[in-house]
Design a protein around this ligand. Sequence first.
Ligand code: NAD
Ligand code: 0WE
Length: 257
Amino acid sequence: MVQGKKILVVGLANKYSIASAISRSLHSNGAELGFSYQNERFEKFITSFSQDCGNGPTFKCDLSSDKDIQNLVADVVKKWGKFDGIVHSVGFAPAEQISGNIEDCITREGFTITHDISSYSFAGLLKECYPHMSESSSALTLTYIGSQEATQNYNVMGMAKASLEASVRYFASTLGERGIRVNSISAGPIKTLAASGIKGFKSMLNSHGKETPLGRNITAEEVGNTASFLLSDMSSGITGQNIYVDGGYSIQSKKPD
Ligand code: NAD
Ligand code: 0WE
């Protein structure tokens, strides 16, 4: 499906990462992958993961730094020349920002960091990448329904995801003429490292599964396969969209309890 496409994956931390399932799906569908990771802590994992996924190049990039983003893209271009896809699977809020009522925990600094890493980083990456993307290429980011409805504790992450989803539309609208498509996947909750740090995540996961039309939670592999579709030419008519991979949760009316 993505045979021979060169795709950069940003946001791989460990085997539970959504980026890991996306990479495995892309690899099994024939893509050539490169990986960027946040810092040295992840280096060992990324090196061995890349060996299992076609032995592609790995790059260190802290997305809070413009210089790092510029260096990343320069290194990718040195290695590949033009490339065909980018996966952004990154989000971060300081822990105290996503625990409790928003009015009690939001701060200017917490807001700024959350929007910088969870939203601007996608825009910053695209801004550097687009001149080097091929005429049938695709960019993808990951979002969550907390952008559309107030979700307990998600707080400023929800605001950042709303901003991220708007940036998908803006970049799609101007990069379309270059043959670059830009979309997001809104995934249902999945137990990853980022999620396991969240108080009450397990019980949320349990009740959420029961509330979806499919009657279960979705898997990271299901997100991975949707990602392969969106990175492939099979989705050539789709841009600026947010695709829910959530077992149908988002189409239901919300019943007050
Ligand atoms: P994860 O912890 O595995 O991935 C988050 C990644 O962000 C990590 O690789 C981390 O290194 C990276 N990151 C954070 N700050 C960074 C920085 N300054 N520079 C570079 N990289 C940085 O967790 P995940 O659940 O796989 O999250 C991936 C994406 O999926 C996020 O956008 C998240 O919001 C989204 N998402 C997650 C769920 C879920 O339930 N797990 C649901 C919907 C959407
Ligand atoms: O986007 C996410 C995870 C976001 C996240 C998680 C952490 C935990 C560790 C961002 N920053 C941090 N910072 C940390 O220090 N999800 C969609 C998963 C998630 O997070 C929630 C959720 C769900 C679902 C937070 C509160 C409520 C629900």
